[in-house]
Unconditional design. Sequence first.
Length: 367
Amino acid sequence: MNILAFHIFECKPFGNGGERREAQLDEIYREAGIERTYYGMRRVSLTVGNLWRAIRLIMQSQNRVVFRHILTHPKTVLHYLMAWAWNVDGLKSFFRSQEKLFVYEGSAAYHYPVVEEAFRRRKKVVAVMHNIETLVPGCKSPVTQHYAPADFRNEVALLRKCDTVFMISREETWLMRLYGVNAYYLPYYPAKACREWLLQIRAARKQQAAKDKRTFLVIGSAVNAPTALGMQLLADYVAAEGIETELRIGGYGTAEHIRVPDSCKNIVLLGELTQEQLTREMTECTALLINQPPTTGALTRIVEAEIAGIPVIANTDSLRNYFNISGIYEYRTMDELKAILQQELQTPAIPLKPDSKLFIEAIRETR
């Protein structure tokens, strides 16, 4: 079976969260014997007819909101219009295929015209969302120039027209169903290569001797503003409270963006980590510590920590999907965090691989 598809992330089992989700989807497709033909944006030709078709696609997919900004943000609107005018012939050629199904793996409003063209060509559309982009705090649309959540109704309108939508968190699934979207839950689970690596870490953690010194690992990309904010709050709290346990902070930009007082010797900034360094840190840490402000999507590293046998301590806003699980500890306040850091922590069990039967059925029903 072959389907048409569009994605915004590469397929990398050891990449960022979006790339890891793509690796999961790739594994599901391959196990079900489903081949994909992906659309890639490319310049083909620019004509007056293509310009008009691009205007129509944008107006349909963005509820005309884009062109309201032609006077306030002319460069942005014209750049967006011209990008799609150049791509109209490529879209037409892509959707001339006899395949009946189109799978949209994305979230960004910039690519809504691809989905709109699928509707126009009467394709069945299944959407696999990485998150609800229009609800990410502080997120500015490159198309409308609106800050979240101003364009939320546009995203809902697009998803409501899809035949089936799969969300990465239970909370977002529930929310979309409230708005009339035919939404279902497809949680993240790492692809085989990543699972095998995590199981090796789990085995290594079992073999190592118990340590008197407790160390807590904080990992993420500090280039991402919400992640950096959460990391900084943890560092500030540990420094201010004089907590003696070691805090080890690693990931892109951590050495540059996270500030630690010179007098605080138990907070270590690791900077960007190689796979070998990350393996060592995950093997030797007492637990994974997470503090993130409210946002959408789901944290891929929580289920990965479960598989690796690493206890997780996370604030309420981080624990989408992962409440009431042995080995995962929730703190609502920083005082609660201080108490958890002192207690004995259980090793989480290996979570079962989620059932993708409903997702495969949604695709096969279109044949």
